[in-house]
Design a protein around this ligand. Sequence first.
Ligand code: XUL
Length: 602
Amino acid sequence: MTANSGQDLFLGLDLSTQQLKVIVTDSSLKHLETFNVEFDQQFGEKYSIKKGVLSDDKSGEIVSPVNMWLESIDFVFSEMKRKKFPFDRVCGISGSCQQHGSVYWSKDGVSNLTKLNVKSGELVDQLTSNESFTFPNSPNWQDHSTGKEIEVFESIAGDSGKLAELTGSRAHYRFTGLQIRKLAINQRSKYQETERISLVSSFLASVLLGKLTEIEQADACGMNIYDISKQEYNEEMLALTAGVHPKVDKDHSIDYDKEIESIKKKLGEIKPITYKSNGEICQYFVDKYGFKSNTKIYSFTGDNLATILSLPLAENDILVSLGTSTTVLLVTKNYCPSSQYHLFKHPTMPEHYMGMICYCNGSLAREKVRDQVNEKYGEKDGDWKKFDEILNQSTHFDNQLGIYFPLGEIVPNASAQIKRSKWENDKLVDVTKWENSDSDVTSIIESQTLSCRLRLGPMLEVDGKSSKAHDLYNSLVEKFGDIYTDGKKQNESSLTARPKKVYFVGGASNNMNIVKKMSSILGSTEGNYRVEIPNACALGGAFKASWGYACETKNDWIDYNEYISDQFDYKSLEEVDTTDRWEEYFQGIGMLAEMEKSLKKD
Ligand code: XUL
């Protein structure tokens, strides 16, 4: 379909846990084709992987083989070549990669990368793991082996909140600084032999460029090392990462200054967000597949960051992804970190940040309530009819709320539990069951949404103060006292901020009844939309490439959001028809904040 049309093409690559995908777009952001390679299917036996990874249940270690990624690049491009894909029309490439993973280049590896040539075999032959990489595997974001590292990162920063203030997130097992520290301590000589460390995103860009390229600034925020406000590495966190922090690493023979310089060199510089390309594709790909030699490689970013690039998401817009877990992404200028969510630099808007809240309890918790209702009414397993019917009957907030965590939750930090409370005689009363168990239906959607609203508030910006908002805030604190979320006091702005547009994606967004209810509570000022973007992160990568190319052609910045908005296919959005109940749910906000105070922790 692209073969004869002659227009400029852009590629968005997505190197995720289980596959490498390539999507093709044109300069009007039209998605033309998709190619992919599934790791288990193609390389499962060879690399002994399952679902793309090697797991050790005992240690919690989860890694992906770097060689497999190299093989997958040649595999997918060869497939495209076989199908006569017109590589010579590709003007720009960018992409999306699993976040936090890291790749460890040896001195030879850095040099081998610059010598890639079509006569010496495939990428994997020229960058063999034992020579080119000091560690053959890349830590995967599902890894759970860095508990000790979490403790030291948070204690050196002060606490989880202080680390979040500095780096945008509290310490997480998967974050790159902690993963590097584990290797630096346990396999010191291999660490010392490491010449450069890439994130998965900068690794893939580097391979295409045939030279090491910088870590991308937005993805760098997933390392727990990068001071987001100062836009530079934090030295204390670097010392921890290198395993040489004087307070916790007591080896006095270590030359501290030398080690800090060394880790800085290994990580390389972080280039501020830019539209400018990192260079042109290397000759290997030109000779082997027929790319033109001036195909531009734009920095790759993390998959969540690329996801927001797939939609016209402006400041204060939010994206709610209703999957097994619920993930909420938003665009903001407000750097207001918390230990309960993440802030990253925005990958294409230098003044902006991306906020990310990740809940463990999403679909599974809702499905449990659905099953309970279906059992009561003798409905078919898995059917949402009765659940939806009950949900649609609830037209107002009836002063009762439940918290449903069949799994331990991280936002807020709590063990698995169910808690139900009513507002009676001006106080909160806990109950074990509702008078009518059907109430769980409305209650779970309400509490899940109110939890998002509580956490989104501080990240959103308020245009100006209104007397209405002032009154709502005053009556809320009069009734409930000061509202604290995750240890931080909320203020008038954070409690009265509304999102502009809300986009719903992911499996459960197919249920319009759930989407309507959530929309009525979140209170967006410019509409709610349901949208299907099955290739969101790859698409975001391709859009980033075509935007970068347009800016470079103009030789100036084009506002990313304007660029996307101008060409976006608005027909793909389905507007949600809902009644705004934002004001009514202030009562729910007060109740949820109060209920969260007494949640059980492990
Ligand atoms: C985000 C995260 C995951 C991976 C998935 O912090 O770890 O979303 O990026 O690929």
